[in-house]
Design a binder for this molecule. Structure first.
Ligand SMILES: Cc1cc2nc3c(=O)[nH]c(=O)nc-3n(C[C@H](O)[C@H](O)[C@H](O)COP(=O)(O)O)c2cc1C
Length: 250
């Protein structure tokens, strides 16, 4: 019990009030002084939006079709970012089915040669020229390429373990791959790079697997060439949000 009369109010406890006129003093307590009136509430400052920088990065990500073979960050940093995306992406039952190859220099060029050769085999004339021109300008011109895969062995294991959801695991594997691609796309753009997303899967998968000695169970899902952007992305329009997001009970 604190007994500091200077800062506390003195309370005298008395007893035997009936037998003694004023009772007998049995103890003296010093109670804490009454709390001062609270100051008038200050109107709340608009709270900092905790997700704002993330949402801004989401908005800033675009498809960049004009990229160069330079990079504002080191190749090691690019690899780190992709490792981070593959490590932290959510996956069904935490199955971690996503895989990636990160290609620079000749290996990056090799992929786009393979695409052009494959296009040559299935198209010709002006159609081939246009397709190859696009590949050379928007993909081969970049600094590197990420190849995204999903490991089908992981999907098959899940299907065997959880037969109730057998038909869902392939879809969920696609979804986790989409998330990895998105994280990578947003993050490398935050690093000052630009990227686009391609799907020449069937055209090059066999060759890619053989060239990079990729396990047979890895399925090629997407290609993401990246490099320093040297032009603004094209204009983008948006459908009205109200019919697309419905809110109830607000
Ligand atoms: C699942 C998916 C598949 C896509 N496939 C391709 C593709 O094969 N080739 C391509 O050039 N862009 C592809 N894109 C990029 C879209 O065309 C692009 O994201 C869209 O037009 C919106 O433009 P933005 O990326 O600049 O926001 C794909 C995007 C998504 C999400």
């Amino acid at each position: 019990m604190q007994r500091n009369p200077s800062s506390q109010t003195r309370i005298i406890i008395q007893t035997n009030a009936k037998t003694l006129p004023y009772g007998e003093i049995v103890d003296i307590f010093y109670a804490a002084p009454a709390a001062p009136e609270p100051p008038a509430p200050v109107p709340p400052v608009a709270p900092a939006q905790p997700s704002q920088s993330f949402l801004q990065a989401v908005e800033t990500r675009r498809s960049h079709y004009s990229i160069t073979n330079t990079s504002p960050v080191s190749d090691e940093r690019i690899v780190q970012v992709i490792q981070h995306a593959v490590t932290h992406v959510p996956s069904s039952w935490n199955s971690q089915s996503s895989r990636a190859l990160v290609l620079f220099s000749d290996e990056h060029q090799w992929v786009w040669d393979a695409v052009v050769n494959a296009l040559k085999a299935i198209t010709g004339g002006a159609k081939f020229e246009a397709a190859a021109g696009k590949v050379n300008a928007s993909m081969r011109a970049g600094h590197g390429t990420v190849l995204f895969f999903e490991d089908e062995d992981v999907v098959r294991d899940l299907q065997a373990k959880f037969p109730t959801y057998k038909d869902d695991f392939a879809t969920w594997s696609e979804q986790t791959s989409g998330m990895v691609q998105f994280i990578t796309w947003v993050a490398i753009e935050e690093e000052g790079l630009g990227a686009n997303l391609q799907h020449y899967n069937k055209l090059i998968e066999a060759e890619v697997k053989s060239h990079f000695n990729v396990p047979p169970s890895w399925r090629l899902v997407a290609q993401m060439p990246f490099g320093e952007p040297n032009a603004e992305p094209g204009e983008k329009t948006f459908h009205p949000i109200e019919p697309r997001v419905k809110v109830y009970g607000l």
